[in-house]
Design a protein around this ligand. Structure first.
Ligand code: NDP
Ligand code: OXD
Length: 307
């Protein structure tokens, strides 16, 4: 079978070698070269011309978990399955990033850093784990793995998803009607939602104000789920204590953006969970083999829902 790979990242050669190694029976070409009729595409943020050049494609693999950029390409053929990465080594990385951010919030590292800058020695009253609810906004592959890792610390955990889940010891909330109650018990809110028409702009001032006073936001999903000015507003008026942001509406985060130098915001450059080439190539190869045998695969995107 014939696979066309497209990625704007510097490691395109590494991707090609990994796919070729995982599927020795396949021919693998690198866009913009299209030397054959393409069966499968493996892409990340492709240009519209790519789909015009590959009319007979059987499936499109997204080289990431989030398909928001791919679904917005106007030439993406209707009716062709779009398949995303599921974990592929990203979940463990999310666990590291989120655990670090949540524990830093719980142990008030920001407040102690401020005290150190002032040369002030003051032991703050100990916070109780049982009072520090953690909310996983988005409780899918990554959200559930993060919750499982946080369970050992004894924080009250909650997850919010579209469909109801039952995942002990997490208290599971579902749908728009249960969002206010979920937010109200989230001392730390971890956003792991996909960016879809339903979730873009979800974290606006009204929703952020539903978090308890002094709450912390960790956004490792997509920048457009948060309304930037509203976030700055609730940090400035002290309703939120901190925000740890790995994703932004515009990436790289533009110079001069208020997030860069805000004293309560930590910025990282979309590194919370990077796509691992070998793990991802192995997952894609396994799915292509199943498709070639007429077997079902997981991770097929529901284009109506947008994830
Ligand atoms: P999943 O599809 O497995 O999980 C998404 C979760 O969000 C599901 O629980 C889903 O509910 C829920 N959800 C979606 N829409 C709604 C809605 N309208 N209302 C309530 N719940 C909703 O995705 P992953 O866990 O694999 O990844 C999540 C996101 O993380 C990706 O889409 C991507 O944007 C981001 N990401 C960021 C990375 C980074 O480096 N910063 C790396 C990897 C991913 P339900 O379960 O009911 O369907
Ligand atoms: C992803 C990402 O969606 O890296 O996989 O953001």
């Amino acid at each position: 079978m014939r696979i066309l790979l497209q990625t704007s990242s510097a490691n395109a050669g590494e991707w090609r070698a990994a796919l070729a190694a995982a599927l020795p029976e396949a021919e693998v070409a690198l866009w913009p070269e299209v030397p054959f009729a393409v069966d499968y595409l493996a892409v990340w943020k492709p240009a519209p011309e790519l789909f015009r050049a590959t009319p007979a494609v059987k499936a499109v693999f997204n080289l990431g978990a989030g398909v928001d950029a791919l679904l917005q390409v106007p030439t993406l053929p209707a009716g062709v399955p779009v398949i995303r990465l599921e974990d592929a080594g990203m979940a463990d990385q999310m666990v590291e990033y989120v655990t670090l951010a949540v524990l830093a919030a719980f142990r008030e590292q920001g407040a102690y850093a401020g005290q150190q800058r002032e040369g002030r020695w003051r032991q703050r009253p100990r916070l109780r784990r049982e009072d520090f609810g953690i909310g996983l906004l988005g409780f899918g592959v990554l959200g559930q793995t993060v919750a499982a890792a946080l369970a050992r610390f004894g924080f009250p955990l909650a997850g919010w998803s579209r469909g109801r889940k039952a995942v002990a010891p997490v208290r599971c909330f579902a749908g728009a009607a249960e969002l206010p109650a979920f937010l109200a018990r989230s001392q730390a809110l971890v956003c792991l939602l996909p960016s879809t028409p339903d979730t873009r702009g979800l974290l606006d001032r009204t929703r952020l104000l539903r978090l308890p006073r002094g709450a912390h936001l960790v956004n490792v999903a997509r920048g457009d789920i948060v309304v930037d000015a509203d976030l700055v507003g609730v940090l400035d008026d002290g309703h939120l204590a901190s925000a740890t942001l790995d994703v932004f509406r515009e990436e790289p985060l533009p110079p001069g953006h208020p997030f860069w130098h805000h004293p309560r915001i930590t910025v990282t450059p979309h590194v919370s969970a990077v796509t691992l080439v070998d793990d991802s190539a192995a997952q894609i190869a396994a799915k292509i083999r199943r498709l070639e045998q007429g077997l079902p695969v997981t991770g097929i995107v529901d284009r109506e829902r947008g994830y």
